[in-house]
Design a protein around this ligand. Structure first.
Ligand code: ADE
Ligand code: ZN
Length: 337
């Protein structure tokens, strides 16, 4: 069987990526043409996206994402992104999708699921044929800036319309608005319906937002969580409660949380026994990819292959997956060792 990933390439897993945020500029250009939309205000000629700070990033994100507006667009996006990840050795991916985001474009939740499921099917077929099978699951998110009532609607929708690939519930959006606690009713609905939960915290909200999430939401993982490092007791709590952080180093640097990878707190969190994983968040917006995240953290810290494999192992251990799938992915990681 032909293998398109060199055997020395470390197997990777990605837990934190927003599907629209993963749209490669080439694909975005194609979709903009498909729908006769002009993105000159948000994209440079070299394909990079134009934004200045977090608020403006969220605006740019929404404008770029507005060209992804049919099930076929989502199928193309999902296929393109998963095949790019596969080419970098990523064999398991969980990505966020937001029914509120697509509703604003006139698409239903069912349309969204149909599109991404088709894209995943195509990506699986091609990666199987290449001898590098991949798997993915979807985490449905509410948007924090849309408020707690909208979040309850999203949670009820996934409760009423279960889908085999939707295994988690989460929250993204502007962490500076509302409190984590305000979203407890939505998270309770999702949790009781059997969905594993995660929320963005400790990115722009600081350590208090991580504490609020742990106190009030049924979460097993925290999206980012890096600013927990500012509170020693919180760091101890994360380690004691086995909370996994979905760390996205280049996103944190691009959005101005830290000046460089050298001073990023990933290493300090690991040394404090916090469970850490590596992801890319919105890769082309932050000039990154899952491969670059692994490679550059490894180069900066001088970590060996075992340390890097640890990130993949912890990702699979914290993945929102059934136990049989988890076991078989972990076995594959052991075989490649
Ligand atoms: N949506 C897309 N990227 C995000 C981020 N880094 N934080 C919060 N919401 C997001
Ligand atoms: Zn994110």
């Amino acid at each position: 069987m032909k293998k398109n990933v060199p055997s020395q390439t470390l197997l990777k897993a990605e837990l934190h990526v927003h599907i629209e945020g993963a749209a490669h500029p080439e694909l975005v250009h194609r979709l903009a043409e498909r729908h006769g939309k002009n993105l000159d205000a948000f994209m440079r000629d070299d394909g990079s996206y134009i934004w200045s700070d977090f608020t403006n990033f969220l605006e740019c994100y929404d404008n770029v994402a507005a060209v992804i507006c049919t099930p076929e667009d989502y199928a193309d996006l999902t296929e393109d992104y998963l095949l790019r990840n596969a080419a970098e050795g990523c064999f398991y991916t969980e990505f966020f999708l937001s029914p509120d985001h697509v509703a604003a474009l006139g698409m239903s939740y069912q349309n969204l699921l149909d599109g991404i499921s088709e894209g995943y099917r195509r990506a699986q077929e091609k990666s199987d044929a290449n001898g590098f099978p991949i798997e993915a699951r979807f985490i449905v998110t509410c948007l924090r800036h849309m408020g707690p009532e909208a979040a309850i609607d999203v949670a009820k929708r996934i409760e009423r319309h279960p889908h085999p690939l939707v295994t988690g519930f989460g929250m993204g959006g502007d962490e500076r608005l509302f409190s984590q606690r305000a979203f407890a009713p939505a998270f309770e609905i999702a949790h009781k319906a059997g969905f594993a939960c995660t929320t963005h915290a400790g990115e722009f909200g600081g350590p208090q937002s991580v504490k609020d999430a742990l106190d009030h939401l049924p979460v097993r993982r925290i999206g980012h969580g890096v600013r927990s490092i500012e509170d020693a007791d919180l760091v101890k709590r994360l380690a004691a409660e086995n909370i996994t952080l979905e760390v996205c180093p280049h996103s944190n640097i691009a959005l101005g949380l830290y000046p460089s990878l050298q001073v990023h707190p990933l290493k300090a969190l690991m040394e404090a026994d916090v469970l850490t994983t590596i992801s890319s968040d919105d890769p082309p917006f932050f000039s990154t990819s899952i491969g670059k995240e692994y490679d550059e953290m490894q180069a900066v810290q001088g970590w060996g292959r075992d340390v890097m494999e640890g990130f993949t192992r912890r990702s699979l251990e914290a993945a929102f997956l059934d136990e049989e799938s988890r076991r078989s992915l972990l076995e594959r990681l052991d075989e490649e060792h």
